[in-house]
Design a protein around this ligand. Structure first.
Ligand code: SF4
Length: 543
């Protein structure tokens, strides 16, 4: 080009947005989804793979469409972290699966609890983890057993439909929906209705990426970290309804959700949910997987344009009502402990350590709950369990019985506030082990810091991730730990001082601050002792 020629402006590259006519797949994941809907793999699992075994599974189904039914291959045991990049997928895949059972709103009956427990002991080597999205994950599942597991789950109203994959995942809901005296309204109807209308429907079975939803009458569902969230709020003229948030997501490039400034009455929640999900399906970026979450579109458009498109004839076709924000919450609400319900009975929240339970523990839990006159429980987004509807005169006996099976209603600050993702034990993306390390670290901290029990009356959250993804929400923890190799061993990059609610913000990544797994208890002990020594009256850890 001669110096006098003006350069032709570069045409922006298409991002694979369907609404702009980019219908040809731009990467292998999009190709797999276009070739065949992920939901269709169920039939092949039932009629072919479960009969002919693991070796018969088509690789595109195995590493792609199986997720639409909650199935991921586990990491082959013995493969160290940090080595995965040099391995072929088949070298990393074990022949067993993780199976995610979706529990929308976290609501479980005794019958459902017993069914999950029985599946765990019969088909999953007694494994079970309560996740930070209110699901229960089982491990060591064989493809041969999947149809019978589905049959058992579906007979009691549970499923694994769209528990993973580029689809609307489980809908978070308040563990105390319908029983809390503080909630603005009980949105359970909307959760059930969205599930009935849209989960498992081809309308939303090919989204650019996963899509996380949360609906609660209280700010107790980590709403800032979801693609879409509805949070209870009183409108001065219209009364109780829900405030709409979009575009949250942690992982790499973390972003907190933003408000659209719209107040939504309960009966309109499913339509508004479908409108936002439709925008994501049509305008979401499909070129690069790491830019495909809704948060990138929301960031580029801004909340005003997003709301305008949502209200357009293409989606809702009507104006939303402007509304106020919900009151900010000061501390995460985890529902652990003993609390009164609005009907005068009580709910009891217990802390399984880092969400790890087992089929046999869940079976014992069902018996304990039943013996104390309760018939239902809830999972929480903090890897906890909440038992509902306990009469006042049975509370203490229930707490003692729960303690005897390892579920504490009055846990230490560390047991209560430590979360860990799946990590190296089963996850193929992991660089380091997390769950056992977290369990050992909590035990060590309880022993070493027993002298501070009285002083530590504020939450200090410790979240461990096995890789740069953020399944355990490290950016919003007081002490967030991102798994990586440090000094040639398993270790963590430290992020300090993250929080949600009033203190919403990401923890500071202290560049030079990395600890090996072996150094972790020493490091946390030092930080907590310094906080206890220098703390002013009423000061919280994140301040
Ligand atoms: Fe796996 Fe990483 Fe998520 Fe942990 S954070 S479960 S290691 S993807």
């Amino acid at each position: 080009m001669s110096p006098t020629q003006t350069p032709t402006p570069k045409r922006p590259r298409g991002q694979g947005q369907w609404a702009l006519g980019h219908l040809e797949p731009l990467n292998p994941n999009e190709r797999t989804k276009k070739d065949d809907d992920g939901l269709n793999v169920r039939k092949r699992i039932e009629t072919i793979y479960s009969k002919r075994g693991f070796a018969s599974i088509d690789p595109q189904d195995l590493r792609g469409r199986f997720r639409w039914w909650g199935l991921y291959t586990q990491r082959r045991p013995g493969i160290p972290g940090g080595k995965t990049a040099v391995l072929e997928p088949h070298e990393l895949d074990d022949e067993y699966f993780m199976l995610r059972v979706r529990i929308d709103g976290g609501a479980l009956s005794l019958e459902q609890l017993r069914t999950v427990a029985e599946i765990s002991t019969t088909y999953a080597r007694d494994t079970a983890d309560v996740t930070d999205r209110q699901n229960i994950q089982l491990h060591w599942i064989r493809v041969e057993d999947v149809p019978v597991i589905w049959e058992k789950l579906e007979a009691v109203g549970l499923s694994t439909t769209e528990a993973c994959g580029d689809v609307p995942r489980v809908i978070l809901g308040s563990p105390v929906a319908g029983i809390s005296a503080d909630e603005v309204l009980d949105p359970t109807w909307a959760i059930d209705e969205i599930q009935r209308r849209y989960i498992g429907s081809p309308e939303f079975s090919n989204l650019p990426r996963k899509f996380k939803s949360a609906i609660s009458g209280l700010p107790d569902i980590v709403h800032e970290a979801n693609d879409i969230a509805f949070v209870g709020v009183h409108h001065p003229e219209h009364g109780p309804g829900l405030d709409l948030w979009v575009g949250g997501g942690l992982s790499t490039n973390p972003k907190l959700a933003v408000r659209l400034g719209a107040w939504v009455p309960l009966e309109e929640v499913p339509d508004v949910w479908a409108g936002v999900t439709g925008i994501f399906r049509d305008y979401g970026y499909r070129r690069l997987r790491h830019r495909a979450r809704l948060k990138f579109l929301v960031d580029d458009w801004g909340p005003e344009k997003f709301r305008e498109v949502l209200e357009s004839d293409e989606y809702l076709g009507r104006r939303l009502i402007d509304g106020p924000p919900p009151p900010p919450h000061v501390e995460p609400i985890d529902h652990v402990g003993i609390h009164e319900q609005k009907d005068g009975r009580f709910y009891v929240g217990v802390a399984p350590l880092v969400g790890r339970v087992s089929g046999s523990m869940l079976a014992k839990l069902a018996d304990v709950i039943e013996a104390h006159g309760s018939g239902r429980l809830r999972t929480t987004p903090h890897q906890k369990l909440v038992i509902l509807d306990v009469d006042g005169d049975k509370v203490e006996s229930l707490v003692t019985a729960l303690d005897a099976i390892g579920l504490q209603a009055r846990p230490s600050v560390f047991r209560r506030n430590t979360m860990a993702c799946t990590g190296l034990e089963y996850c193929k993306l992991a660089i380091v082990e997390t769950k056992q390390l977290a369990v050992d670290t909590v035990a060590e901290l309880e022993r070493r810091l027993a002298d501070l029990n009285e002083q530590l009356d504020v939450p200090i959250s410790l979240h461990l991730n096995g890789c740069p993804n953020s399944c355990a929400r490290i950016q919003v923890a007081d002490i967030g730990l991102k798994g990586q190799i440090v000094k040639g061993e398993e270790g963590f990059q430290v992020h300090l001082g993250g929080g949600l609610g009033l203190d919403a913000g990401f923890g500071r990544k202290l560049r030079g601050l990395k600890v090996t797994a072996a150094e972790l208890p020493d490091y946390v002990e030092r930080v907590v002792r310094r906080f206890a020594d220098q703390r002013t009256d009423g000061e919280r850890f994140a301040q």
